[in-house]
Design a binder for this molecule. Structure first.
Ligand SMILES: C=C(O[C@@H]1C=C(C(=O)O)C=C[C@H]1O)C(=O)O
Length: 159
């Protein structure tokens, strides 16, 4: 339905930034993984989950899956940059991309909560629909499985 398409679109949009993030980090010679930043992203998502009436543990697991796929994309792009360097100027990670990722994270949580107001789980969203709509370069079938399986476990807050 419309709510699930919008949600999948927000999930894709978050991943669409990662090619640019990889270029930024390669040009600055900094590592892809930033554990402190991941903690902030996860903590933020759990706070938003509680505000939106979602189970924070299931949201943490979903966000950890998103972060894993985000890093997988970056590692693949970074490998390709070794033989095919890019002169392109990436977006500023700190000033532009990270704030946008936090905003998208909130949109993803709101979308999930909106969907779960009308459905008891994400079971009716098929893997096929999810897989077709997450149409981002460098994302593999197993990346999509990881995300989809975590999505199926997202649940409302037990009351
Ligand atoms: C996107 C980034 O790269 C990685 C992925 C993150 C994410 O998906 O939120 C956070 C930190 C990094 O380990 C980043 O550094 O901001």
């Amino acid at each position: 339905d419309d709510v699930s398409s919008e949600l999948i679109h927000s999930i894709s949009e978050r991943l669409s930034y990662m090619e640019d993030v990889a270029l930024y980090k390669a040009q600055k010679h900094v590592p892809i993984e930033d554990v402190a930043r991941e903690k902030l992203v996860v903590d933020e998502s759990k706070m938003s989950a509680k505000e939106s009436g979602l189970d924070p543990e299931s949201i943490e697991a979903f966000f950890r899956a998103q972060i894993s796929v985000a890093k997988a994309i970056q590692y693949r792009v970074r490998a390709d940059l070794l033989s095919t360097p890019s002169e392109q100027q990436p977006k500023d990670l700190v000033k532009e991309v990270r704030p946008a990722l936090i905003h998208l994270g909130d949109e993803i949580i709101l979308g999930m909560s909106k969907y779960l107001e009308e459905h008891s789980s994400f079971r009716d969203v098929s893997f096929e629909e999810f897989s077709t709509d997450v149409n981002i370069g460098y994302v593999t079938e197993s990346d999509k499985r990881l995300l989809y399986d975590a999505l199926l476990k997202v649940a409302p807050l037990a009351s």
